[in-house]
Design a protein around this ligand. Structure first.
Ligand SMILES: [Zn+2]
Length: 166
């Protein structure tokens, strides 16, 4: 099934910043940004909130072209590996970020449980601190992100002023 809103049309909304970051990472590591990887990035560019893998599959698929979930998962794995896409474990969903981060920075994702919006911030110096904590427990951490659950500013003000809309 294909959602009609965006279909698989891509180049118009091609994510320059995302693709530039991805291309730079690929060049640095000698990997290729294949067509499908580019297409997956383009889906992220037009997405207002985190995407589930099946949503990406649906948006890339057309009546004449069926994209397989496994190939989308492989593309996502690649984009995660090069640091462009992040998996939100608590949402079982993915977001793309073009920000170039220093090795020692940890990403904090603030996930609104009312509207699903995700904001992000960087905590400089946090990675070392987290690694030290993990080390003290003999734990090997693979991620450099933290997820916070709550309500965004818009939803909080809507909740505080239920009669004011828009
Ligand atoms: Zn919200």
């Amino acid at each position: 099934m294909v959602h009609g809103d965006h279909g698989a049309a891509l180049p118009e909304a091609f994510p320059d910043k995302l693709s530039t970051s991805a291309l730079a990472q690929c060049a640095a590591t000698g990997r290729a940004l294949t067509t499908l990887r580019r297409e997956v990035l383009a889906i992220f560019a037009g997405a207002p909130r985190p995407l589930k893998a099946y949503e990406i599959v649906e948006r890339l698929s057309t009546p004449s072209r069926r994209v397989s979930p496994i190939s989308v998962y492989r593309s996502l794995d690649f984009l995660i590996e090069i640091g462009i896409v992040h998996r939100l474990a608590t949402q079982n969903a993915f977001v793309a970020r073009d920000r170039d981060r220093a090795q020692d920075e940890t990403l904090v994702f603030m996930i609104c449980q009312c509207c699903g919006d995700v904001d992000e911030a960087v905590l400089p110096g946090m990675t070392r601190s987290l690694a030290a904590t993990a080390d003290a427990h003999g734990f090997r951490s693979r991620g450099h992100s933290i997820e916070l659950q709550g309500e965004c500013e818009d939803c909080r003000s809507a909740l505080a002023n239920p009669n004011r809309r828009g």
